[in-house]
Design a protein around this ligand. Structure first.
Ligand SMILES: Cc1cc2nc3c(=O)[nH]c(=O)nc-3n(C[C@H](O)[C@H](O)[C@H](O)COP(=O)(O)O)c2cc1C
Length: 206
């Protein structure tokens, strides 16, 4: 199944992954879908993976159900909210029994198999089993959106290094840099997203 049409291309595609626990609890988190292309040109086969670090709900849900939904979206606010809030049920729709984000441009359901496990991460190989394209968008690159994504990754890292004052300071310095780019280049959604990060990290008035 070629997922290019649905927005998943070579390299790492940042999406919002939605999952359901065995007991039915819904979860959403920003996660990178890794796509490698086989060297064998005749086969031209794409392989999809996800690398999950210890401690996330996404990891425990995937261990329980072996299924995830990749939601393709460029909504900066959804990325920040999925990283830090528990998205309430008003954000979700259902596609083939799995939770999806209503506002996403496309949905891809993947079946997962654990491919590698080490002390730092779990690597799952993903096989797409269903795709739905809700909307196709043509959009120029906005540096503000890219900056929100970078700042959100740093913000999720901040929680992990909570004991290390020097690394926290370094992360915050970088986040302030990205907040400046959002101020200059971002649209309303990017500014709203950075506003949520600012509430937690006080980035904008430095
Ligand atoms: C753009 C972006 C990409 C991310 N990619 C990954 C990833 O590939 N693997 C991972 O374990 N965490 C990744 N994270 C961090 C998780 O989103 C973060 O740990 C989150 O809090 C997990 O939420 P959960 O406990 O609801 O699953 C990423 C964060 C961002 C902002």
């Amino acid at each position: 199944m070629d997922l290019k049409e649905a927005g998943i291309d070579e390299g790492i595609s940042e999406v919002i992954v939605t999952t359901k626990s065995a007991s039915g609890k819904l979860n959403a988190a920003p996660i990178g879908i890794i796509t490698t292309t086989s060297e064998d040109k005749d086969k031209d086969k794409n392989n999809h993976f996800v690398k999950l670090y210890e401690g996330s709900k996404t990891l425990s849900n995937l261990m329980e159900t072996n299924k995830l939904m990749a939601n393709v979206t460029d909504d900066a606010v959804l990325f920040v909210k999925a990283a830090f809030d528990n998205l309430n049920e008003t954000y979700f729709s259902f596609f083939s029994g799995l939770p999806a984000l209503t506002e996403a441009n496309s949905w891809i359901i993947f079946q997962s198999v654990l491919a590698e496990e080490c002390s730092e991460f779990y690597l799952f190989q993903l096989t797409p089993i269903a795709v739905k394209i809700n909307r196709k968008e043509v959009k120029a690159i906005n540096r503000g959106l890219n900056a929100v994504i970078e700042a959100t990754i740093l913000a999720t890292r901040y929680d992990v290094v909570i004991e290390d004052e020097r690394e926290k300071e370094e992360l915050k310095k970088l986040m302030v840099h990205y907040a400046g780019i959002v101020k200059k280049c971002g649209g309303r959604r990017e500014k709203e997203a950075m506003g949520i990060l600012d509430e937690n990290f006080l980035l904008l008035d430095e």
